[in-house]
Design a protein around this ligand. Structure first.
Ligand SMILES: C[S@@+](CC[C@H](N)C(=O)[O-])C[C@H]1O[C@@H](n2cnc3c(N)ncnc32)[C@H](O)[C@@H]1O
Length: 265
């Protein structure tokens, strides 16, 4: 998958795309990330990207010309011939959920547009954006962190990015449920023992226990998810999580990952 980002702060993405699971996905070519400085698409000598709002009011608005020029240079004009899905990160967009990440992970190319200031001129949305996405009901100062959320969430759904195809099925939101509690060694920590069933080696019993705890956690914390079981939510050829944790530790140089008692690898 190719992901292009349009931003006035390209430097924010440099460390982000180098580290951890995403860094490994970039190195292995499973995802390509292009970061574009919006100011390169301006035509005035001061590289201005914002202006005062028509009608008055606080702050500045991102001008349409550089944004539309940048989007069209990367994805082509809006319409059927377009080579990528163009997403504007904005609090006014649809609120991001795991199932949307799975949808986006099926695209071959995405362009993520990061707003700043009071947001972007509406004509950018009308003329050049395919979809508006919010990462939640709160306001940040720019679309860069929301873009990173989307990049990380989508990338970990791509085939081969995580190691174990099974464990993702138990992840929170995959089947409309939260994941239950997890434990690793030591078996007892400050007088708190790991539930005996997890040490039993009885995989059927462990699976049942985990399903019950997941149900319990969801009913207690997110009863709205229980009302809406939804479809099984998974990305293309999902890869799994315990292995993902290993990959992350390997990426950070910590490869001494214990195999918990009772677990087969
Ligand atoms: C300060 S915000 C603009 C908020 C806008 N005036 C409003 O009230 O909806 C600047 C930029 O940050 C990004 N942003 C802030 N909060 C966001 C969120 N919850 N989800 C996605 N993008 C967000 C958007 O790109 C937005 O254009």
């Amino acid at each position: 998958m190719k992901i292009d980002v349009i931003t006035i702060f390209p430097g924010l993405f440099e460390p982000f795309v180098r580290e951890s699971i995403l860094g490994a996905a970039v190195s292995s070519g499973r995802v390509q990330i292009g970061v574009h400085d919006l100011r390169d698409f301006t035509s005035d000598k001061h590289h201005v990207v914002d202006d005062a709002p028509y009608g008055g009011g606080p702050g500045m608005v991102m001008k349409p010309e550089p944004l539309v020029a940048a989007i069209e240079a990367i994805a082509g004009p809006k319409g059927p011939g377009r080579t990528a899905r163009v997403v504007l990160l904005t609090p006014q967009g649809r609120r991001l959920e795991q199932r949307h990440l799975a949808e986006l992970a099926c695209e071959s190319a995405l362009v993520l547009v990061c707003g700043r200031y009071e947001g972007v001129d509406q004509r950018v949305v009308d003329l050049a954006v395919d979809e508006e996405i919010s990462i939640g009901d709160y306001v940040l100062s720019g679309g860069e962190v929301p873009s990173m959320v989307l990049i990380e969430g989508v990338t970990r759904l791509l085939p081969g990015v995580l190691g174990n195809p099974d464990s993702a099925k138990t992840e929170s939101f995959q089947a409309g449920r939260l994941e239950g509690p997890q434990y690793t060694r030591p078996a007892t920590f400050r007088d708190r023992a790991v539930p005996q069933i997890l040490l039993s080696g009885d995989h059927g019993a462990v699976d049942r226990w985990r399903a019950e705890r997941a149900e319990e956690a969801t009913r207690a914390r997110r009863p709205d998810l229980c009302d809406d079981p939804g479809p099984a939510r998974s990305g293309p050829d999902r890869k799994g999580d315990r292995r993902a944790d290993h990959s992350e530790r390997e990426a950070s140089g910590d490869s001494d990952v214990p195999t918990a008692p009772g677990e087969t690898t």
